[in-house]
Write a protein that binds this ligand. Sequence first.
Ligand code: AMP
Length: 419
Amino acid sequence: MPELQHVPGTFDVLPPASERWEVLLSTFARVAASAGYGLLITPTFEELSVFQRVGESTDVVRKEMYDFVDKGDRHLALRPEVTASAVRAFVQHHPTLPWKVWYAASNFRYEKPQAGRYREFHQVGIEAFGSPDPDLDVEVVALGWEYYAALGLRRVELLVNSLGDGTCRPGYRALLLEFLQARRDQLCPEHQARLEVNPLRVLDCKKPGCRAATADAPRQIDHLCEPCTAHLARVRAGLDALDVPYRIDTGLVRGLDYYTRTTFEYAGLALDGAQNALGGGGRYDGLVAEMGGPDTPGIGFALGLERILLAIDAEDLDTGQTAPPLDAFVVDFAGGETARDLTAELRAAGLRADRAFDGRSPKSQFKSADRSGAALALVVGPDEVAAGTVAVKDLRGGAPQVTVPRADVVEEVRRRVRG
Ligand code: AMP
């Protein structure tokens, strides 16, 4: 039988490589909590319509969705992103405003797997519902920035744009459409076909023809209504005040349809151009109403963890060790009862302890103790059992071995490792 393997576009993360993931997650939890965001957990799959409503014209929804009919004849989909689920949860549970949440979740998109692009990938993100205040945009954008900084990343560029709102976007869209229709033959085949459906997406196309055709295209930022202009000015002032550097990128339209006003992306400058999007987000003031809830503004971002790890490698950073090393390893060659009971006592006392199983030889157990990285070996042979003692051996420094009464050993370990 051929060996079983994970499917293309997915991967396993084993210890100790998974320690880096722990750093990414715990750092994000800390940054989000520091600004009053609470953890949100939503199901991995939803009714297909939850995702269809957020972006009928986007690739993510049109082409890349893992959708299926379950045994109860429901048409479901694995989530391709979390914002739609967060909005669905918001509409369903009516939490008090402002509602500020963070998440860590995997998403599923049927894309062509390549470096930094997977079919199951992982994101951390935040969503904030209930305020149109541009200072909330500043808070959100700055939190993403702070997260990258907390991980030690230096080569991150923040790109900011405004996509306008229901007042100024339709006029701009018409202007852009007219401009691109006159240059239709230059566009890539996909955008020639889909120009009328979503002309803004052409601005995001990396194909040379589309790039050339859009070089002098009208820019939304020059056609904002007065409230959108004021909103952007306040966001810019806020980022300046918080010393968050950014660049206005008028071509930044992002892949999902629901954004209004502020949109932003973090680019990893140490990464290869095609896969350098570390994360991004924006305002979605119309989305809650569109999904059947009360008219409620919202803003959020999602940051890709696989990309962050690529950036960490490209910047040659050390994320440090997360899993704290063991305090003690019990070496028991007198039947195993002491190993069984003492590890439980140590753990109950808040200490980190491990042991070997299967009644292995003292030599093999000492090897495991060394490999475990534990500070101390607690050694119990027939002599110690008879005397009611435990030998305490320093595995890291040169402290001489001591023998302590069995009843005092937990306290001895605590004193030695915690000071
Ligand atoms: P999006 O939800 O498309 O706005 O993507 C947000 C971030 O998620 C991107 O900037 C990437 O860092 C990451 N991302 C999106 N799609 C993938 C994928 N297929 N594989 C790995 N990371 C992804």
